[in-house]
Ligand binder design. Structure first.
Ligand SMILES: [Cu+2]
Length: 276
């Protein structure tokens, strides 16, 4: 009786496994294709380029994923246990070389395709005329410094840093160019105007991340890291720290508000007035 069962094999198990694989694949593809969970809309041209690159990558890897899962389902069913003897073979060199080459070509090809988008952020600086904003990260807050009417960032000193006396970036009041600097816990930027961010950290490594800008950049103590963007859709966008930087990491967030040129000018004036 036992022997008989062995000979009949396990069609139902193999079939159930194959159906499960196909179902899982179809559901996964649906979740991505229907964009059930998706990014918030990008608000920069670069953001759209990055999204296009993401979609291209997802399409190619998606095709490979579906082919691999369906192939697995077919193999599971076709080569199911029919009570036959198992065989052993060493593998197939041609196949090994083919799929390694295909992976390399896809990987390098996608990288080359995206090099422009990457270079725009990482190798090319902001254009002259971009508005510089210094971003200072600390456990667990963000501060933004604007150069003020004189267009110059004044001197700062680490020993003057004191959030409780309202000097979170350590402005040196003996420097005349520091007097008109504006420091704000939130950032305002005009739409359609290039912004140059100068990222700094006072303590540990943090990471500047605004989803809608599709920008994520570490702020590293001892370094000034420049990134730039041009936002084209007014609104409030959350800035979060994307580097686990300590116990208060979860509440280290701020806001980047994109506004019209006129609103931005007014905001700056209000900040200057509050500074007096
Ligand atoms: Cu942080």
């Amino acid at each position: 009786m036992l022997r008989r069962q062995r000979e009949q094999g396990s069609t139902s198990v193999a079939l159930a496994m194959a159906i499960f694989l196909v179902l899982m694949t179809v559901i996964t593809v649906y979740i991505f294709a229907a964009k059930v969970w998706w990014f918030p809309l990008a608000i920069t041209d670069l953001g759209h380029e990055i999204d296009d690159q993401f979609s291209r990558t997802l399409l190619i890897t998606g095709i490979v994923f579906v082919a691999a899962q369906f192939g697995l389902a077919i193999a599971v069913f076709r080569f199911r246990d029919r009570g036959q003897k198992a065989t052993y073979f060493e593998g197939n060199n041609t196949m090994e070389i083919l799929w390694t080459l295909a992976t390399v070509v896809l990987f390098v090809g996608l990288g080359l395709y995206a090099r422009n988008a990457w270079a725009q952020v990482h190798f090319i600086g902001a254009q002259p005329g971009a508005i510089p904003i210094e971003v200072t990260a600390q456990q667990f807050a963000w501060n933004f410094r604007y150069a003020g009417p004189d267009g110059k960032f004044g001197r700062t000193k680490p020993e003057l840093v004191s959030a409780s006396t309202g000097n979170p970036v350590g402005l040196d009041s003996t420097d005349p160019t520091a007097k008109d600097d504006i420091v704000s816990p939130v950032a305002a930027v005009p739409e359609g105007h290039e912004i140059e961010l100068i990222l700094r950290s006072q303590d540990v490594t943090h990471s500047f991340f605004v989803r809608e800008l599709r920008l994520k950049q570490d702020a590293v103590p001892g370094m000034e890291i420049h990134i730039h963007f041009t936002a084209n859709t007014p609104g409030d966008y959350e800035l979060v720290c994307a580097e686990l930087c300590g116990l208060g990491h979860y509440r280290m967030h701020s806001m980047v508000t994109v506004m019209s040129e006129a609103d931005y000018e007014k905001w700056l004036k209000d900040q200057e007035a509050a500074n007096q």
